[in-house]
Design a protein around this ligand. Structure first.
Ligand code: NAD
Length: 493
């Protein structure tokens, strides 16, 4: 069976220890492929290649802006050419319904095109300055940070990789990239596309392997100038500690437990439909899932009934058959989610629908969990406080706006939030009060290449996407110009 390799310094190479790891199809439990299992030594080789590329050969760093933009467009065109294959890979590897993978691939292609456009867009500022040294002007120049390490999770394998790679290479950095070992296959295919497009050797390097041998080595290396990470808050904390040695720049996109506040005066059918998206899209394995649903008491009963009916009716199956919901990514993720469901029951939440693994017939070998709705939840319950990362939501009734806002903010996280109401002023009041980086009004979960993405509090540091996304991968140099060269006259004796 296929063995997927590292891509280091423009060559596909096997890891030095000769170890390999299985990649599992979560719909069937079958082995899809093997990946080479890298050591610290392999990771250091990739970092050295990126360092040579950035500081010595400078093939990518010195490529002029128009040519860099053309390269990103070429990568996007190749992704478009292979889009069906890329979508199928993510569905097989991750389990998500095929149409969701197709949406991810489309977003990823547009992300490359968006950053291609930004490369040649005007940037920087000029300043009229006066510091007592005479007539001067200052302006800013954006420069690449240097060697960038990037580490991603498994929930959007291709898209999370592209959110990092497109702006980092647009900004002319050299990259060492580590995908999640759970779902690495679309990233391997993406690096084949980089090779086909002609990215200079050493400018983009792929290392397959564990968080310890590869991720920790990247985050703690003195030769890495910046590390950007998407994943759990716990690992994000260790990345921050690792980065301290050489004070490398960091970007962290971490976990969440986002609130969705549904007021009596909303369009209830619309709110139910969006709550389905906010809870069950991608099997609920979404960092910004709005699965803490606060429903005002006037519509509480009707909302729960309608949501449960829709959740119960969801089709479940292999992602390739395009059901409403596919399997969870792995057996361990499924067991974690089932553990939270048991905890919800034992702590007194009312199970309205779902709450179990599907095991009969076609489901027997896969990791399928029936969409689950809990009602009558309270703030102190584990299922309300912790990120479940599965198809489970917790409904909490409320009376007043103040009460809903207070409960929504009662969390260590601050990634996203949603509010449903037909009262515009109320929507904006709540928007202003919620301590989170993304706020949806009368919708839930959409992401946009053009607008910033990232969290407050323990949901992260920095922003991806939009103009912020490329600025994260740039250093800003302030240049001041003396408009009257000559003797300053400061030291005349
Ligand atoms: P994870 O933190 O377990 O792993 C993420 C990546 O870090 C993987 O590649 C893993 O191998 C690597 N890693 C593990 N230990 C490491 C270490 N000590 N040093 C360096 N790297 C290490 O997360 P996961 O289970 O893959 O993904 C789920 C999490 O990701 C959830 O908490 C979710 O909220 C979060 N997430 C956040 C966003 C966002 O934009 N904020 C997006 C997607 C997922």
């Amino acid at each position: 069976m296929d063995l997927k390799l590292n891509y280091i310094d423009g060559k596909w190479t096997e890891a030095s220890g000769g170890n390999k790891r299985e990649v599992i199809n979560p719909a069937t439990g079958e082995i899809l492929a093997y990946t080479t299992e890298s050591t610290e030594e392999d990771t250091r080789a990739a970092i050295a290649a990126a360092k040579r590329s950035f500081y010595k050969t400078r093939d990518w760093r010195d490529t002029d802006g128009q040519d860099r933009a053309d390269m990103l467009l070429k990568i996007a065109d190749l992704m478009d050419k292979y889009k069906d294959e890329l979508a199928r890979i993510d569905t097989l590897d991750n389990g998500k319904p095929l149409r969701e993978s197709e949406g991810d691939v489309s977003d990823a292609i547009h992300c490359f095109r968006y950053y291609a456009g930004l490369i040649t867009a005007p940037s920087g500022h000029t300043y009229e300055v006066n510091s007592g040294f005479g007539n001067m002007h200052a302006f800013t120049v954006a420069e690449p940070v240097g060697v960038v390490g990037q580490i991603t999770p498994w929930n959007y394998p291709l898209l999370m990789a592209v959110w990092k790679l497109a702006p980092a290479i647009a900004a002319a950095n050299s990259v060492v990239f580590k995908p999640s070992s759970n779902c690495p296959l679309s990233t391997v295919r993406l690096f084949e596309i980089f090779e086909e497009a002609g990215m200079p050797k050493g400018s983009v390097n792929l290392v397959l392997g564990s968080g310890g041998a590869v991720g920790h080595t990247i985050a703690s290396s003195a030769d890495v100038d910046m590390v950007t990470f998407t994943g759990s808050t716990k690992v994000g904390q260790s990345i921050m500690a690792d980065a301290v040695g050489n004070l490398k720049k960091i970007g962290l996109e971490l976990g969440g437990k986002s609130p969705n506040i549904v007021f009596d005066d909303c369009d209830i059918d619309g709110a139910v439909e969006w709550a389905m998206v906010g809870t069950f899209f991608n099997q609920g394995q979404v960092c910004s899932a709005c699965a803490r649903i606060y429903v005002q008491e006037g519509i509480h009963e009707e909302f729960v009934k309608k949501l449960a009916a829709k959740a119960n009716a969801m089709t479940i199956g292999s992602g390739l058959d395009n059901p409403d919901i596919g399997p969870l990514v792995s057996e361990s993720q499924m067991n974690k989610v089932l553990g939270y469901i048991e905890k919800g029951k034992s702590e007194g939440a009312k199970l309205v629908c779902g709450g179990y693994r599907l095991t009969d017939g076609e489901y027997a070998k896969g990791f399928f969990v029936k969409p689950t709705v809990f009602d009558g939840c309270t703030q102190d319950m584990t299922i309300v406080r912790e990120e479940i990362f599965g198809p489970v939501c917790s409904i909490i009734p409320f009376k007043t706006e103040e009460e809903a806002v207070a409960m929504a903010n009662d969390t260590q996280y601050g990634l996203a939030g949603a509010v449903f109401t037909n009262d515009g002023a109320k929507a904006l009041r709540v928007m202003k009060e919620i301590r989170a980086g993304i706020l949806w009004i009368n919708c839930c979960e959409p992401t946009f290449n053009q607008a910033p993405w990232g969290g407050y509090k323990m949901s992260g540091i920095g922003r991806e996407l939009g103009t912020y996304g490329i600025e994260e991968y740039q250093e800003i140099k302030q240049v001041s110009v003396n408009l009257n060269p000559g003797v300053l006259g400061w030291y005349e004796h």
